[in-house]
Design a protein around this ligand. Structure first.
Ligand code: FAD
Ligand code: NAD
Length: 467
């Protein structure tokens, strides 16, 4: 039996990054993946394909609704939905092939098959075809990720009642779509289809969309998505989803208890994801999962068995690719005897709609709840010359700073390129900048980032310059 210093189970952004870092640190490393393609949810059916479709659909939307205003008149624009899906598949293929190269470059042994514990050091690998084999590891990192969650009364048939996975590969453009859950997946994929002309209804249980992010940003995004034609039904409790051969009927109760019914081509269920440990045979390693199905770990990603680590969606915390990556690095470095650290408060959250939403640190609601004295400064993109130039004037930036020390406690934005701009806030907060620090730094003109400087000026002493 071949033995390794580090065995990683699962090749998503948590697992493959952990494997690379472990190999960089001189460990003989193996990576086990049950599917043929490496990359996990993120590369195959998550971050990358969704962003490919978000970009394609935004181009189409602009061609229909904005180009004429820019002075570009063309006739005969035609949506080729099959080509859009094909291009997305190509992007995924290129990206996962890139991972095969990275594994070779780092001398990582890739084993395809289901990994399960025989005992705490031995992993049985069962491929889709052929004989099972075993390998042993001094250290093991579990990175088996997550799967879509559902509601007890919803039967996901993957034909009419679908998850994000099917929504990324529909055979034809739907005329109508009901989205259950106004979180990240619902809004990103709802945007894709609304831009292409599908009638989209978002049904959300709470009184806000993206309810865990700063509430002001959810309101801004909802205003923009309503302009796209998306219909929002907040505080609606879905109670029944019934599929037939060609359509689906969704029933919910509104705030007053009255029944509301929608009929649509598809129902996308996006009410969260759950940790995935099926087939791992955790008990053979002396491990178990908590009530939410996650594997308990300490701040170093160590499970209750000292040489076994777990990272990413299968453990507590936000289900984000970059969070999984950071944890992969931590696990590999702890195995190498280092003392790495993650500041979870500084993991940014992004929604890749247009405008995009991004946030880092504490939300205004969290600051209020904890009684932290804070001041807030906002700047709307309407007042940004750069935003006017590109016709991207929806949204704003909000900087939250400590009332006494001026230290930045949170930055939240809804606007053009917020996904990229949030990095400035992460750097600032990592170095514990004050709002005044940001407001005194030169921001190139004209850029969207000037809105951050202006919001910081507004927060530090109510002296924004351009509003
Ligand atoms: P995963 O990526 O889920 O990978 C786990 C891997 O383990 C899988 O390949 C699985 O096949 C394999 N596996 C499981 N069990 C076994 C076993 N027993 N043996 C062998 N292999 C096994 N996050 C972002 O940060 N940004 C985004 O833009 C974003 N967009 C998303 C869009 C969608 C539609 C979805 C669904 C998710 C999105 N996410 C996004 C979330 C992101 O995909 C996850 O947080 C991330 O993939 C988690 O990484 P992971 O390594 O923990 O697990
Ligand atoms: P989510 O947790 O973001 O949103 C789920 C939404 O469903 C919430 O708003 C919740 O209030 C609502 N909901 C729950 N029960 C409901 C009910 N009975 N009726 C109506 N609404 C209900 O989950 P998601 O959108 O499924 O995404 C899953 C995970 O994938 C998230 O944790 C997210 O971090 C990750 N993801 C991230 C990105 C990104 O980073 N851009 C993109 C997609 C997915």
């Amino acid at each position: 039996m071949e033995s390794y210093d580090v065995i990683v189970i699962g090749s998503g952004p948590g697992g493959y990054v952990a494997a690379i870092r472990a190999a960089q640190l001189g460990n003989k490393t193996a990576l086990i993946e049950k599917y043929n393609a490496l990359g996990g949810t993120c590369l195959n059916v998550g971050c990358i394909p969704s962003k490919a479709l978000l970009d394609s659909s935004e181009h189409y939307h602009q061609s229909q609704h904005q180009f004429a205003e820019h002075g570009i008149r063309a006739t005969g624009w035609k949506l080729d939905f099959k080509q859009m899906i094909k291009r997305k598949a190509g992007v995924v293929e290129q990206t996962t092939a890139g991972l095969d190269f990275l594994m070779k470059k780092n001398n990582i042994t890739v084993c395809h098959g289901l990994g399960s514990f025989k005992d705490s050091h031995t992993i049985t690998i069962t491929p889709a075809k052929g004989k099972a084999s075993e390998i042993s590891g001094k250290n093991i990192i579990i990175a088996t990720g997550s799967k879509p969650a559902s509601l007890p009364f919803i039967q996901i048939d993957k034909k009419r009642v679908i998850t994000s996975t099917e929504a990324l590969s529909l055979p034809a453009l739907p005329k109508s779509l009901v989205v259950v859950g106004g979180g990240v997946i619902g809004l990103e994929l709802g945007s894709v289809y609304a831009r292409l002309g599908t009638e989209v209804h978002v049904v959300e249980y709470q009184n806000a969309i993206i309810p865990t992010m700063d509430r002001a940003m959810g309101k801004e995004l909802m205003r923009s998505m309503k302009k796209l034609g998306v219909k929002f039904h907040l505080q609606h409790g879905v109670k029944e989803v019934k599929a037939s051969a060609k359509s689906v009927v969704v029933k919910a109760n509104d705030q007053k208890g009255a029944e509301v019914i929608w009929k649509a081509d598809y129902c996308l269920v996006s009410v969260g994801r759950k940790a995935y440990t099926e087939g791992l045979n955790l008990s053979a390693a002396g491990l178990g999962a908590d009530d939410g199905g996650r594997i308990p770990v300490d701040h170093q990603m160590r499970t209750s068995v000292p040489h076994i680590f777990a990272i990413g969606d299968v453990v507590r915390g936000a289900m984000l690719a970059h969070k999984a990556e950071e944890e992969g690095v931590v696990a590999a470095e702890v195995i190498a005897g280092q003392q790495p650290h993650i500041d979870y408060n500084l993991i940014p959250n992004v929604v890749y709609t247009w405008p995009e939403v991004a946030g880092v640190g504490q939300t205004e609601e969290e600051l209020k709840a904890s009684g932290t004295p804070y001041k807030s400064g906002s700047f709307p993109f309407k007042a940004s010359a750069r935003a006017r130039a590109s016709m991207d004037t929806d949204g704003s930036v909000k900087v939250l700073a400590h009332a006494e020390t001026d230290e930045i406690l949170g930055v939240h934005m809804c606007g053009p390129r917020a996904a990229d701009m949030i990095a400035e806030a992460v750097v600032a907060m990592e170095f514990r900048a004050s709002a005044e620090d940001i407001s005194r730094m030169s921001h190139a003109h004209p850029t969207f980032t000037e809105a951050i400087k202006e919001a910081a000026l507004a927060a530090t002493s109510d002296r924004a310059l351009h509003i």
